[in-house]
Ligand binder design. Structure first.
Ligand SMILES: [Zn+2]
Length: 220
């Protein structure tokens, strides 16, 4: 048996020459790695707990998926398309997922900035950086012409007005604030979309949101 190289696997011939283009590190950021900072023992001395503080710098090289991040800086949504089966991926995939395509290498395509909500949830709790914006809508959106769904926020909507299959469009953060990450854009309702009239379910969601709005007001 002879060794056969997979033609779909691309080999890098020379190391990349990376140059720092933009730094936006918060001066408060201090990498301490993993550190145990205390331990606790229950009064009856049977249970133990400890806190592990975690602050670590990651290098995230996008490699062959770099056109995705470069596109975001430019206000473009770049996905990939399998030349064999035609499936279009966003977030992009380097190789097709269909077994019949045998890891076929995909091609880059610029995508439409409109789509439909596949599913969504109203977030009543979040990571620290988003607490003040609660409650907000997180959705999986299928962009027009794309096979897969991408997760992002829907803004400029009352959380109880979100609907399955509602049309949305992409809105970009100002160019100078973009960082080549998914947070460079978000979804908003499409032009001409109107929320449906209030109903029992929407009233229920609205009621659930009320204490969240009140709590957010107490945040400094
Ligand atoms: Zn395919």
């Amino acid at each position: 048996m002879s060794k056969k190289e997979n033609p779909n696997i691309h080999k890098t011939t020379s190391p990349p020459n990376m140059k720092l283009v933009k730094e936006f590190r918060d001066p408060e950021t201090k990498e301490v790695g993993f550190k145990f900072i205390d331990y606790w023992i229950s009064e009856d001395k049977t249970l133990f707990q400890t806190h592990l503080h975690y602050d670590q710098l990651y290098t995230w090289r996008m490699g062959e998926l770099s056109p995705y991040a470069l596109g975001l800086l430019d206000g473009k949504l770049m996905g990939t398309k399998c030349p064999k089966c035609g499936d279009v991926f966003f977030p992009p995939r380097v190789n097709c997922w269909n077994l019949n395509c045998k890891l076929m290498k995909t091609e880059w395509v610029e995508l439409a900035q409109t789509g439909r909500v596949h599913t969504y949830t109203v977030a009543g709790w979040s990571g620290r950086s988003s607490l003040k914006r609660l409650p907000f809508v997180l959705a999986y959106v299928v962009l027009d012409g794309v096979t897969t769904a991408i997760a992002n926020e829907i803004r400029e909507i009352k959380p109880w007005d979100a609907e399955f299959d509602m049309p949305v469009k992409v809105k970009w953060v100002p160019k100078e604030q973009r960082i080549g990450a998914i947070t460079d854009f978000y979804f908003v309702p499409a032009d001409r979309w109107e929320p449906s009239p209030m109903n029992a379910e929407k009233e229920r969601i609205k009621k659930l949101c009320e204490p969240v709005y009140e709590w957010v007001k107490t945040l400094k």
